[in-house]
Design a protein around this ligand. Structure first.
Ligand SMILES: Nc1ncnc2c1ncn2[C@@H]1O[C@H](COP(=O)(O)OP(=O)(O)OP(=O)(O)O)[C@@H](O)[C@H]1O
Ligand SMILES: [Mg+2]
Length: 257
């Protein structure tokens, strides 16, 4: 058996920064009112044979304990290997696998942390926060989603729109300082190809993208307004970009569709 050598607070994350603790083959995180719903979801995924999500171990009064997923999350600064088309394709395939395995789960009547916009709600419980720090990679390929705190009933179009905002990323090239610059439309197509999206879904993803960008910005803004220090810093760094992305998306919807 492998001896755990990296116990202690895990790097990455904003909402629970410094409070996600590795203990051997487990991870302890703060729990909330939504955690029982998340655990029902994770237990369903395990029973369905999905290997791309953590196992549930315990629910305590203040913390949850999950299985540690071996690999590397693409935490900030996002490493170059996570900015490749190959990494993007693996994220699309991982989301497809997640949706296939979660499709038999009934999330209605459960208490989720945050609803997705009404237009994009459905019966599929989507992850809703596949940001690079919430995706575990092995050998440059996305193999697992972690941090299901924002999971809630949504639709494939909604999930892919959120993923596109985060991973393509859908924004003005002036706001992309790395190898992904000038490749936005191409990478949007690659993500949808990897998921196996049909024409109807592709159109809906493009239509959902402005709402997804605003939703991500709202998550940051609300927490910052409540005095959350790490979200406050993220707001300072990213809010102007989200506003510019809103304008960029309005001007480029035709191109994306
Ligand atoms: N089950 C797990 N297996 C492996 N690594 C994990 C696991 N859970 C968390 N981590 C690591 O800890 C980091 C922070 O965890 P987590 O995403 O749960 O924090 P958070 O603050 O809630 O994140 P966010 O800001 O996305 O809401 C992750 O980026 C990842 O590197
Ligand atoms: Mg996280």
């Amino acid at each position: 058996m492998r001896t755990p050598t990296e116990d202690g607070p895990l790097a990455g994350g904003t909402a629970n920064r410094g409070r996600v603790i590795r203990v051997g083959a487990t991870v302890q995180r703060p729990r909330g009112g939504h955690t029982p719903a998340v655990h029902a979801l994770l237990r369903h995924l395990a029973a369905a044979g999905f290997t791309g999500a953590p196992r549930v171990l315990r629910l305590g009064p203040r913390t949850e304990t999950l299985g540690y997923v071996e690999g590397r999350a693409a935490i900030e600064p996002v490493p170059d290997w996570a900015l490749t088309d190959s990494a993007l394709l693996s994220v699309g395939a991982l989301l497809r696998g997640y949706h296939e395995h979660v499709s038999g789960f009934d999330g209605s009547g459960l208490s989720w942390q945050r609803s997705v916009p009404e237009r994009w709600r459905g019966r599929l419980v989507t992850h809703n926060d596949p940001n690079p720090g919430n995706v575990i990679f092995r050998g440059g390929q996305a193999v697992a989603l972690i941090d299901f705190d924002l999971a809630a009933p949504g639709t494939p179009a909604w999930e892919l729109a959120v993923a596109a905002c985060l991973w393509v990323p859908l924004r003005d090239g002036a706001d992309i300082a790395d190898r992904r610059r000038h490749r936005v439309v191409q990478r949007f197509r690659l993500l949808l190809d990897a998921y196996g999206a049909d024409d109807t879904l592709r159109l809906d993803v493009a239509r959902a993208a402005p709402d997804a960008n605003r939703w991500i910005a709202a998550v940051i803004e609300e927490a910052a307004n409540h005095g959350h220090p790490a979200f406050g810093r993220l707001w300072e760094r990213d809010m102007a970009m989200h506003v510019r992305a809103d304008g960029w998306l309005a001007a480029h919807t035709a191109e994306l569709t």
